[in-house]
Every structure is written in structure tokens, then in C-alpha cells.
Design a protein. Sequence first.
Length: 261
Amino acid sequence: MSAAVVSLELRRGAAAVNPVAKLAATLVLAVALALSVDAVSAGVALALELAALPLAGLGWAPFWHRTSALWITAPLAGVTVALYGKASGRVYVDALLVHVTDGSLHLALVTVLRVLAIALPAVVLFATVDATEFADALAQLLRLPARFVLGALAAFRLFGLMRDDWRALELARRARGVADRGRLRRFAGSAFALFVLSIRRGSALATAMEARGFGGPTPRSWARASYFGRREVLLIAVATAIAAAAVTAAVATGQWVFLGH
């Protein structure tokens, strides 16, 4: 057994699952929850997802760090819908464009639950995904073009360098006194310099990859094999069960409202 496979097996829970399976599980939940606009299906799905969080292989500190923006944006989206959503039922506030009614409050609750139920599993599952592992899975399992996958992986790897370049440009321009006044002017100058630097680095990287045979016509080999086994099937089955339970609960309570009606 290779060192990569051993390392994969030592990781806990869903963190060791192939990224393609994580993508499939996320899509199953998203499609099922996007078919209806009701609070029951979203609430049941969210409750089951929270119950399954300990199996995700993500500690509580990383969990709150990764999902902190989600817990803020979801209620904000609900507030927006409550203020400007479709008016129906009892009216609580009616001023200019603001209409707070029973219908808008219900739709706000549905929005919050649905955003959390769809986005939470995606954030948690992909928090433990390595970019190289994801690229391997896309090329080997989904048979996506290797040239496209590796190019996207190389571009993703350059994001960290771009952040460092931005910081270096800021320090260099301040040291030389260039655009020391005016925040917008300084930002525009640094952005243009970073754009030129990114083009140069991308061209050099493309030339280096071509020189190493990344664009060759022969089938390429892979340093790490991407596996799809029982663990991946189990994750997709769990996601399907959660989606089925949510839809069943909504239909049984008469709350199922198909999207578009």
C-alpha cells in the first residue's frame, strides 16, 4: 500500500472520502432542497446534517471558523426577505418599500433554513479537501481533460502567491513613496501591477508545464491513484437518505411547495 493511501486511511470520518463523492453528496442535498420552498424539508435536513457533523472529521474550532460567515449571511438574507419579500397575510410594517407580513416572515424563515441546509454540508465536506486530491479525482474518476484540470490546479495554487505579491507590492510602493496618498489611486496602481505580474508568472508557468510534457498527446500517468469505494458510496447514501427524509416529512405534513408554484 502506498504512502498516500496509508495517509488517506488515517484521516477521520468523511475527511477521508474521495472529493468526487463529497461533490455528489452535496449536489444530492442541494437539488432535493431546491425543489421546494417550505420550512419543513429544510428544517429536517438541517437537523439531520447537524446530527451527522461529528462524522465529518472536522473539529469544532475549524468548524466554527469555516462556517462563521455562513451563520452571519444566512440571517441577513432572512432579514432582507422579511422586509422586502412577497406580502401576504397580516401586515405588521408597511412603510415605503418595506412590507413585513406573515408571508414575508414565513419566507424569511424558509430562506434562512434553506441556505443553511444547502451551504452547511458543502462547506463542512469541502473544508477537508486537498486541491491536488480533488484534481486527481476529477481527472481519474470523472475523466475530465487532464490539461484543463491541471491548469486549474496550477491557477488555484497561485492564489497564495498573489496574496504575497500584493503585500510585497504595497510595501515596495510605500518605501518608494509611489501613490502614498489616495487609497483608491494606490489600490488601482497596485491592482494593475499585480495584473501584469500575474500574466508574466502565468506565461512562465505555462511554458514550464509544456516543457515537462503536460500538454502532450499521450495518456499521462498519475502520482496518486484516486479511489472510489464503500466509504464513498456510504456518504452518498447518507446524503440521499437525508434528502429523502426531508422531502418525505414535507409531503407528509402537507408543506411541500414545488418550486415555481
